[in-house]
Design a binder for this molecule. Structure first.
Ligand code: ADP
Ligand code: ZN
Length: 295
Protein backbone atom coordinates (compact mmCIF):
# COMPACT_ATOMS: atom_id res chain seq x y z
CA UNK A 1 0.00 0.00 0.00
CA UNK A 2 1.27 3.46 -0.88
CA UNK A 3 0.52 6.40 1.40
CA UNK A 4 1.60 10.01 0.95
CA UNK A 5 2.88 12.12 3.83
CA UNK A 6 3.22 15.88 3.91
CA UNK A 7 4.91 17.68 6.77
CA UNK A 8 3.88 21.23 6.05
CA UNK A 9 6.18 23.64 7.85
CA UNK A 10 6.66 27.39 7.78
CA UNK A 11 10.11 26.98 6.22
CA UNK A 12 9.83 23.81 4.17
CA UNK A 13 7.37 21.26 2.91
CA UNK A 14 8.58 17.70 3.32
CA UNK A 15 6.79 15.23 1.05
CA UNK A 16 7.22 11.49 1.37
CA UNK A 17 5.85 8.21 0.19
CA UNK A 18 5.56 5.35 2.64
CA UNK A 19 3.74 2.14 3.36
CA UNK A 20 1.28 0.79 5.93
CA UNK A 21 4.18 -0.21 8.21
CA UNK A 22 5.38 3.36 8.54
CA UNK A 23 8.36 2.81 6.28
CA UNK A 24 9.34 5.93 4.32
CA UNK A 25 10.51 5.05 0.84
CA UNK A 26 11.02 8.33 -0.89
CA UNK A 27 11.18 11.93 0.20
CA UNK A 28 11.62 15.40 -1.26
CA UNK A 29 11.40 18.84 0.21
CA UNK A 30 10.36 22.23 -1.18
CA UNK A 31 10.83 25.65 0.41
CA UNK A 32 7.57 27.13 1.71
CA UNK A 33 6.84 30.09 -0.53
CA UNK A 34 3.32 31.18 -1.44
CA UNK A 35 0.60 28.55 -2.03
CA UNK A 36 0.57 29.55 -5.72
CA UNK A 37 4.23 28.62 -6.00
CA UNK A 38 4.51 25.71 -3.60
CA UNK A 39 1.27 23.72 -3.91
CA UNK A 40 1.75 22.82 -7.60
CA UNK A 41 5.19 21.38 -6.77
CA UNK A 42 3.76 19.20 -4.02
CA UNK A 43 0.82 18.21 -6.19
CA UNK A 44 3.10 17.13 -9.00
CA UNK A 45 5.12 14.97 -6.63
CA UNK A 46 2.11 13.15 -5.18
CA UNK A 47 0.14 13.11 -8.43
CA UNK A 48 2.58 10.71 -10.05
CA UNK A 49 2.84 8.21 -7.22
CA UNK A 50 -0.50 6.42 -7.19
CA UNK A 51 -1.01 6.93 -3.43
CA UNK A 52 -4.21 5.67 -1.80
CA UNK A 53 -4.36 8.25 0.98
CA UNK A 54 -2.48 11.35 2.12
CA UNK A 55 -1.70 12.56 5.64
CA UNK A 56 -0.82 16.18 6.38
CA UNK A 57 0.80 17.43 9.57
CA UNK A 58 0.46 21.18 9.19
CA UNK A 59 1.78 24.38 10.77
CA UNK A 60 -1.06 26.40 12.17
CA UNK A 61 -3.29 27.40 13.64
CA UNK A 62 -5.58 25.11 11.63
CA UNK A 63 -9.27 24.16 11.74
CA UNK A 64 -9.75 20.54 12.84
CA UNK A 65 -13.48 20.55 13.50
CA UNK A 66 -14.98 18.42 10.75
CA UNK A 67 -18.32 20.17 11.12
CA UNK A 68 -16.82 23.55 10.34
CA UNK A 69 -17.16 24.95 6.81
CA UNK A 70 -13.45 25.74 6.99
CA UNK A 71 -12.35 22.28 8.17
CA UNK A 72 -8.85 21.52 6.94
CA UNK A 73 -7.92 25.19 6.50
CA UNK A 74 -4.86 26.94 7.80
CA UNK A 75 -6.58 29.78 9.65
CA UNK A 76 -4.93 32.80 11.26
CA UNK A 77 -1.26 32.14 10.61
CA UNK A 78 1.18 35.06 10.63
CA UNK A 79 2.47 33.62 7.32
CA UNK A 80 -0.11 35.72 5.53
CA UNK A 81 0.02 34.06 2.10
CA UNK A 82 -1.23 30.87 3.81
CA UNK A 83 -3.93 32.40 6.00
CA UNK A 84 -7.36 30.90 5.20
CA UNK A 85 -5.84 28.38 2.82
CA UNK A 86 -7.87 25.15 2.36
CA UNK A 87 -4.95 22.76 2.80
CA UNK A 88 -6.73 19.41 3.24
CA UNK A 89 -9.50 20.15 0.72
CA UNK A 90 -7.13 21.21 -2.04
CA UNK A 91 -5.39 17.83 -1.96
CA UNK A 92 -8.54 15.78 -1.40
CA UNK A 93 -10.17 17.40 -4.43
CA UNK A 94 -7.19 17.23 -6.76
CA UNK A 95 -6.08 13.69 -5.84
CA UNK A 96 -9.49 12.17 -5.11
CA UNK A 97 -8.25 10.24 -2.06
CA UNK A 98 -8.83 10.39 1.72
CA UNK A 99 -6.74 13.12 3.34
CA UNK A 100 -5.90 13.01 7.05
CA UNK A 101 -5.20 16.40 8.56
CA UNK A 102 -3.85 17.54 11.92
CA UNK A 103 -1.28 19.89 13.42
CA UNK A 104 2.39 19.14 12.78
CA UNK A 105 2.97 18.46 16.45
CA UNK A 106 -0.08 16.22 16.85
CA UNK A 107 1.27 14.28 13.87
CA UNK A 108 4.66 13.96 15.54
CA UNK A 109 3.00 12.86 18.78
CA UNK A 110 1.17 10.13 16.85
CA UNK A 111 4.44 9.03 15.25
CA UNK A 112 6.13 8.71 18.65
CA UNK A 113 3.16 6.87 20.14
CA UNK A 114 2.93 4.31 17.33
CA UNK A 115 6.62 3.73 16.57
CA UNK A 116 8.76 5.82 18.88
CA UNK A 117 9.63 6.80 22.42
CA UNK A 118 6.00 6.79 23.61
CA UNK A 119 5.16 3.46 22.02
CA UNK A 120 2.22 1.80 23.72
CA UNK A 121 1.16 4.85 25.75
CA UNK A 122 -2.46 5.89 25.72
CA UNK A 123 -1.55 9.39 26.88
CA UNK A 124 1.66 11.15 25.87
CA UNK A 125 2.87 14.54 24.71
CA UNK A 126 5.37 15.63 22.09
CA UNK A 127 7.01 19.01 22.54
CA UNK A 128 9.12 20.63 19.86
CA UNK A 129 11.46 23.47 20.78
CA UNK A 130 12.62 24.94 17.50
CA UNK A 131 11.71 28.10 15.58
CA UNK A 132 8.62 28.06 17.78
CA UNK A 133 7.42 25.82 20.56
CA UNK A 134 4.60 23.39 19.83
CA UNK A 135 2.95 20.65 21.81
CA UNK A 136 1.12 17.65 20.36
CA UNK A 137 -1.18 15.80 22.71
CA UNK A 138 -2.33 12.20 22.48
CA UNK A 139 -4.84 11.61 25.25
CA UNK A 140 -6.76 8.43 26.11
CA UNK A 141 -5.97 6.89 22.74
CA UNK A 142 -6.69 9.84 20.44
CA UNK A 143 -5.10 13.07 19.33
CA UNK A 144 -6.52 15.95 21.34
CA UNK A 145 -8.32 18.70 19.42
CA UNK A 146 -11.00 20.18 21.67
CA UNK A 147 -12.11 23.72 20.97
CA UNK A 148 -9.25 24.56 18.59
CA UNK A 149 -6.23 22.36 19.26
CA UNK A 150 -3.63 22.57 21.99
CA UNK A 151 -1.41 25.64 21.65
CA UNK A 152 0.61 24.85 24.71
CA UNK A 153 3.81 26.34 23.32
CA UNK A 154 2.26 29.67 24.30
CA UNK A 155 1.78 28.61 27.90
CA UNK A 156 2.34 31.58 30.16
CA UNK A 157 5.24 31.09 32.50
CA UNK A 158 6.94 33.04 35.26
CA UNK A 159 9.89 35.02 34.08
CA UNK A 160 13.11 34.36 35.97
CA UNK A 161 14.06 37.29 38.21
CA UNK A 162 16.74 39.26 36.38
CA UNK A 163 15.82 38.07 32.88
CA UNK A 164 15.21 41.41 31.20
CA UNK A 165 14.79 40.06 27.66
CA UNK A 166 11.47 41.37 26.41
CA UNK A 167 10.36 38.14 24.70
CA UNK A 168 9.77 37.34 21.07
CA UNK A 169 6.04 36.52 20.97
CA UNK A 170 3.93 39.38 19.55
CA UNK A 171 0.93 38.21 21.62
CA UNK A 172 2.32 37.40 25.05
CA UNK A 173 4.96 39.02 27.22
CA UNK A 174 5.93 35.85 28.96
CA UNK A 175 4.95 32.74 27.07
CA UNK A 176 7.25 29.76 26.65
CA UNK A 177 7.72 30.25 22.91
CA UNK A 178 8.50 33.93 23.32
CA UNK A 179 11.08 33.31 26.02
CA UNK A 180 12.59 29.98 25.02
CA UNK A 181 12.28 29.09 21.31
CA UNK A 182 15.40 29.24 19.12
CA UNK A 183 14.90 32.84 17.93
CA UNK A 184 14.43 34.03 21.54
CA UNK A 185 17.69 32.35 22.57
CA UNK A 186 19.45 34.04 19.69
CA UNK A 187 18.03 37.47 20.49
CA UNK A 188 18.67 37.24 24.22
CA UNK A 189 22.26 36.01 23.99
CA UNK A 190 23.27 37.51 20.62
CA UNK A 191 24.25 34.25 18.89
CA UNK A 192 22.42 31.28 17.35
CA UNK A 193 21.57 28.65 19.95
CA UNK A 194 23.86 26.07 18.34
CA UNK A 195 26.85 28.36 18.97
CA UNK A 196 26.11 28.73 22.66
CA UNK A 197 26.70 25.09 23.59
CA UNK A 198 29.39 25.87 26.18
CA UNK A 199 27.52 28.76 27.87
CA UNK A 200 26.19 27.10 30.99
CA UNK A 201 23.95 30.00 31.97
CA UNK A 202 22.09 29.79 28.65
CA UNK A 203 20.97 26.20 29.22
CA UNK A 204 20.34 26.72 32.89
CA UNK A 205 17.79 29.44 32.10
CA UNK A 206 16.40 27.59 29.08
CA UNK A 207 15.85 24.39 31.02
CA UNK A 208 14.18 26.33 33.80
CA UNK A 209 11.58 27.76 31.42
CA UNK A 210 11.06 24.38 29.77
CA UNK A 211 10.70 22.69 33.15
CA UNK A 212 8.04 25.16 34.25
CA UNK A 213 5.96 24.35 31.19
CA UNK A 214 6.61 20.60 31.39
CA UNK A 215 5.56 20.54 35.05
CA UNK A 216 2.34 22.28 34.04
CA UNK A 217 1.74 19.83 31.18
CA UNK A 218 2.27 16.93 33.59
CA UNK A 219 -0.16 18.39 36.11
CA UNK A 220 -2.76 19.08 33.43
CA UNK A 221 -2.55 16.15 31.04
CA UNK A 222 -0.99 13.38 33.11
CA UNK A 223 1.14 12.07 30.23
CA UNK A 224 2.81 8.66 30.52
CA UNK A 225 5.76 9.98 28.47
CA UNK A 226 7.03 13.47 27.73
CA UNK A 227 8.90 13.52 24.42
CA UNK A 228 11.04 16.62 24.00
CA UNK A 229 12.36 17.30 20.49
CA UNK A 230 13.13 20.07 17.98
CA UNK A 231 16.38 21.77 17.00
CA UNK A 232 17.05 23.41 20.37
CA UNK A 233 16.85 20.03 22.13
CA UNK A 234 19.90 18.95 20.16
CA UNK A 235 21.56 20.49 23.24
CA UNK A 236 21.33 17.20 25.04
CA UNK A 237 22.87 18.59 28.21
CA UNK A 238 19.44 20.06 28.88
CA UNK A 239 17.71 16.73 29.48
CA UNK A 240 19.19 16.09 32.95
CA UNK A 241 18.58 19.75 33.86
CA UNK A 242 14.94 19.67 32.76
CA UNK A 243 14.31 16.38 34.60
CA UNK A 244 15.79 17.69 37.84
CA UNK A 245 13.98 21.02 37.64
CA UNK A 246 10.65 19.36 36.90
CA UNK A 247 11.08 17.25 40.02
CA UNK A 248 11.97 20.36 42.04
CA UNK A 249 8.95 22.26 40.76
CA UNK A 250 6.56 19.38 41.41
CA UNK A 251 8.14 19.11 44.86
CA UNK A 252 7.05 15.52 45.56
CA UNK A 253 3.41 16.44 45.17
CA UNK A 254 2.87 13.56 42.74
CA UNK A 255 3.71 10.39 44.66
CA UNK A 256 4.50 8.47 41.54
CA UNK A 257 7.41 6.10 41.05
CA UNK A 258 8.18 7.28 37.51
CA UNK A 259 8.30 10.93 38.50
CA UNK A 260 10.24 10.33 41.67
CA UNK A 261 12.70 7.68 40.50
CA UNK A 262 12.73 7.20 36.73
CA UNK A 263 12.84 10.63 35.17
CA UNK A 264 15.42 9.43 32.61
CA UNK A 265 12.73 7.15 31.13
CA UNK A 266 10.03 9.78 31.35
CA UNK A 267 11.31 13.02 29.82
CA UNK A 268 13.01 11.72 26.72
CA UNK A 269 14.13 12.64 23.20
CA UNK A 270 12.05 11.44 20.23
CA UNK A 271 13.02 7.92 19.15
CA UNK A 272 12.17 8.82 15.56
CA UNK A 273 14.47 11.84 15.78
CA UNK A 274 13.78 14.37 13.08
CA UNK A 275 11.54 11.79 11.36
CA UNK A 276 8.77 12.05 13.95
CA UNK A 277 6.82 14.63 11.93
CA UNK A 278 6.90 12.92 8.55
CA UNK A 279 6.16 9.50 10.06
CA UNK A 280 3.27 11.06 11.93
CA UNK A 281 1.92 12.56 8.71
CA UNK A 282 2.05 9.11 7.12
CA UNK A 283 0.07 7.73 10.05
CA UNK A 284 -2.51 10.51 9.67
CA UNK A 285 -3.01 9.28 6.10
CA UNK A 286 -3.30 5.66 7.22
CA UNK A 287 -5.70 6.68 9.97
CA UNK A 288 -7.94 8.48 7.50
CA UNK A 289 -7.90 5.45 5.25
CA UNK A 290 -9.09 3.40 8.20
CA UNK A 291 -5.97 1.29 8.46
CA UNK A 292 -4.65 2.42 11.81
CA UNK A 293 -6.00 0.87 14.98
CA UNK A 294 -5.34 3.90 17.23
CA UNK A 295 -7.74 6.74 16.69
P1 ADP B 1 11.59 24.20 12.92
O1 ADP B 1 11.17 24.55 14.31
O2 ADP B 1 11.71 25.40 12.04
O3 ADP B 1 10.82 23.10 12.32
P2 ADP B 1 13.99 23.06 14.13
O4 ADP B 1 13.25 22.15 15.04
O5 ADP B 1 15.23 22.52 13.48
O6 ADP B 1 13.09 23.62 12.97
O7 ADP B 1 14.38 24.33 14.97
C1 ADP B 1 15.16 25.37 14.49
C2 ADP B 1 15.73 26.13 15.69
O8 ADP B 1 16.58 25.25 16.41
C3 ADP B 1 16.57 27.34 15.30
O9 ADP B 1 16.16 28.42 16.09
C4 ADP B 1 18.00 26.91 15.65
O10 ADP B 1 18.74 28.00 16.16
C5 ADP B 1 17.82 25.86 16.70
N1 ADP B 1 18.85 24.83 16.63
C6 ADP B 1 19.15 24.05 15.57
N2 ADP B 1 20.19 23.24 15.85
C7 ADP B 1 20.55 23.50 17.13
C8 ADP B 1 21.55 22.99 18.02
N3 ADP B 1 22.41 22.04 17.65
N4 ADP B 1 21.59 23.51 19.25
C9 ADP B 1 20.74 24.47 19.65
N5 ADP B 1 19.79 24.99 18.85
C10 ADP B 1 19.69 24.53 17.62
ZN1 ZN C 1 2.96 33.53 22.85
Amino acid sequence: MKIGALEAGGTKMVCAIGDENGKIEKRVSYPTQTPQETIPQIMEFFGNEGIQALGIGCFGPVELNRKSPVYGYITSTPKLAWANYPMAGTFAKALGIPVGFDTDVNGAALGEVVYGAAKGCDTAIYITVGTGVGVGVYANGALLHGLVHPEAGHMLITRRHGDTYRGKCPYHENCLEGLAAGPAIMERWGKPAAELADRKEVWELESDYLAQAVANYILTLSPQKVVLGGGVMHQEQMFPLVRKKVQEKLNSYLQNDTIQNHMEEYIIPPALGDNAGITGALLLGLQEFGKLAVR
